[in-house]
Design a protein around this ligand. Structure first.
Ligand code: MN
Length: 241
């Protein structure tokens, strides 16, 4: 549900790799300028879908690209990467990030039927407030990418209809493993967030998702095949709603 195919050295080769390996991959983008190429490369594939993004970490320099983002919205079923980031480096643009994220949520609610991959660093309660205010569950579905909130935040996110895309880094720390183990199974999805996560000391590729499914199965104390079936069934439900 979340991989930056356009940030690998050979974008087109990564798209073909996902298709050849039958790994369903949502290619998120950080700026709407990346949309046309992502859209075009995904168009002829069975397994790759592109998402229209405006990443909170680039909002300080790229807020002027919001009209471009809006101009592509009707051709995008998936939206991402969008959200808020109050980490040290990006805290300065948080007010602007909130304006942009609000406009994005309002536009998605207006169009209806979008599926969003949402980033929330040190902002989970604010992101949940904004989802509650601007994007009712029946107007769009949200997948929280790399969830870093508390157990209370997680319960609230579940009540708001959110899904969680789980990556391998989230399953390396005991407290996060415990949190993931407590999430309702029908809201679990997976992601690599490549190339920003690592497997065997190199950037993760979409085909490395097998390692995430394996780690997730261990956390849930179920089999790998059953976990893979669960994730596929959850994705089907998400795409049908
Ligand atoms: Mn990302």
């Amino acid at each position: 549900m979340h991989c930056h195919l356009d940030l690998y050295p050979d974008h087109a080769a990564m798209v073909s790799e996902c298709d050849r390996a039958h790994v369903r991959t949502l290619a998120v983008t950080t700026t709407p300028r990346a949309w046309p190429r992502n859209r075009d490369l995904a168009a002829s594939t069975r397994h790759v879908r592109a998402a229209l993004g405006l990443h909170p970490q680039v909002v300080a320099e790229r807020s002027g690209e919001l009209p471009l983002w809006v101009s592509y919205l009707d051709e995008a079923r998936y939206v991402g990467e969008v959200g808020l980031d109050a980490g040290k480096q990006f805290y300065g643009s948080l007010a602007l990030q909130k304006e942009i994220f609000r406009d994005i949520l309002v536009a998605c609610a207006d169009r209806g039927g979008k599926i969003l991959s949402v980033h929330a660093v040190r902002t989970t309660p604010i992101v949940l407030d904004m989802l509650e205010d601007y994007l009712p569950a029946q107007r769009g579905r949200v997948v929280l990418h790399w969830f870093g909130g508390s157990k209370a935040d997680a319960r609230r996110a579940v009540d708001l209809g959110c899904y969680f895309s789980i990556n391998i880094e989230m399953l390396r720390k005991p407290h996060q493993r415990a949190l993931v183990a407590g999430l309702p199974e029908h809201r679990l999805l997976t992601e690599t967030d490549g190339p920003f996560t690592t497997v065997a000391h190199r950037p993760a590729r979409p085909t490395d998702i097998a390692a995430t499914v394996q780690a997730l199965a261990a956390v849930r104390v179920t089999g790998v095949a059953a976990t893979a079936r669960l994730i596929r069934a959850n994705l089907r439900v998400l795409l049908e709603t």
